[in-house]
Write a protein that binds this ligand. Structure first.
Ligand code: PLP
Length: 400
């Protein structure tokens, strides 16, 4: 008998949040840690956003707002969906929450009954399966193979759908693999979904603007308008505008789903911070051109890191198409022995070895549903990336 409810036993703490905390603790204890775990841009929130917030505070925009977001912000989100995604969402089809994460949480809590299935392609962002479990659902993990660019294939989606399927979760550009879907690839998935009208699609487009090599972004309700009536399109300001700490995300969906999510939010956190909403309003409606410049910098870092990784014994790395992570395979180091005599049996072992032997923090692929891989975030300075890669190479070269 414990005071903590059984549902908490179904989930684990977010591995990425925990890794960040562990790196901070080790640093505080005097260790010279290079941390490549953080999923947030190292850039600053744009100055126009900070200035708009000062104005909002001076104008006393510091009170409760409508639970689902201010009318001004919802109008800016509606404009954004039209401008970037050719999607028309009215104010009653938009909800603003405390980060994209809360939108996902709200949606699954509002729709998943015990035993309902949520299809999650792997590798996946760490939180989808655990939020589904909290909602009494059953995550159905579908592995996406490196040889398919870590993308969900239409035939694998078809096979995974059952009468209990509630949602398909799509996330592209993907955390951690960087996979993105072309218009035609989304078309193939949409064709499957059209045959299964009971399945809804949750598309997490939070890395929409972090896309490389001139690729163009597409989202599923845009590719197949007939799916819009059962799609939740999620986005937020964390990644594109370097606003992770402001905690502001949003979703567009059919009005009945939005109404349910607002009801749930009214009994949990209420409105997202009024000041963060003012910040997001400026981010979405102010200048957008700086985003391309930042993406170019991410692309240079990607190219550097991929080149360095592919020179290391036992490591091989694909070239991500978007987002700011690489997800290299460490299959070539599994079974090898560390200088301390430990045989590396998994990506978990490898990641711990990197931390112990080289003070290098990265994340194990197991947390993302695919092994043996690991994730490096390149949302950090070139200098730190080069130092991290130097340590990684030393660790790989020391294996027997
Ligand atoms: C794929 C994905 N979705 C959602 C989020 C959550 O973002 P937010 O800061 O808006 O809650 C993250 C954050 O890392 C992410 O990687």
């Amino acid at each position: 008998m414990t005071f903590i409810a059984a549902r908490l036993n179904r989930i684990k703490p977010s591995p990425s949040s925990m890794a960040g905390q562990r790196a901070r603790e080790l640093r505080a204890a005097g260790r010279d840690i290079v941390g490549l775990t953080s999923g947030e841009p190292d850039f600053d929130t744009p100055p126009n956003v900070c200035e708009a917030v000062v104005r909002a505070m001076a104008a006393s925009k510091t009170k409760y707002t409508d639970v689902g977001g201010t009318p001004e912000l919802k109008a800016a989100i509606s404009d954004k969906f039209r401008r970037d995604n050719e999607l028309a969402y009215g104010p009653n089809e938009i909800i603003v929450g405390t980060g994209g994460k809360q939108i996902i949480f709200n949606a699954l809590m509002c729709t998943v009954e015990a035993g309902d299935e949520v299809i999650v392609p792997a590798p996946y962002w760490v939180s989808y399966p655990d939020i589904a479990l909290l909602a009494d659902g059953t995550p159905v993990v579908v592995t996406c193979r490196p040889e398919d660019g870590f993308k969900l294939r239409a035939e694998d989606l078809e096979r995974a759908i059952t009468p209990r399927t509630r949602w398909l979760v799509l996330n592209a550009p993907n955390n951690p693999s960087g996979a993105t879907y072309t218009h035609d690839e989304l078309r193939a998935l949409a064709d499957v979904l059209l045959r299964h009208p009971h399945v809804w699609v949750m598309t997490d487009d939070i890395y929409e603007h972090v896309l490389y090599d001139g690729r163009r972004f597409a989202t599923i309700a845009q590719v197949e308008p007939a799916l819009k009536e059962r799609t939740l399109t999620i986005n937020g300001v964390s990644k594109a505008y370097a606003m992770t700490g402001w905690r502001l995300g949003y979703g567009g969906a059919p009005a009945p789903l939005v109404k349910a999510m607002v009801k749930l939010q009214s009994q949990s956190t209420s409105n997202a911070s009024s000041i963060s909403q003012a910040a997001a309003l400026e981010a979405l409606s102010g200048p957008q051109d700086f985003i391309a410049g930042r993406t170019r910098i991410f692309q240079e870092r990607r190219d550097k890191v991929v080149a360095l990784l592919n020179q290391m014994p036992g490591i091989s790395c694909h070239r991500p198409e978007g987002a700011f992570y690489v997800f290299p395979s460490c299959a070539g180091v599994i079974g090898r022995q560390t200088p301390a005599g430990q045989v590396l049996a998994s990506d978990n072992d490898f990641v711990l070895y990197l931390l112990e032997a080289q003070n290098l923090a990265v994340l194990q692929g197991e947390a993302y549903g695919l092994s043996p891989f690991f994730r490096i975030s390149f949302a950090t300075s070139m200098e730190k990336l080069e130092e991290g890669c130097r340590r990684l190479r030393l660790a790989c070269e020391a294996l027997r």
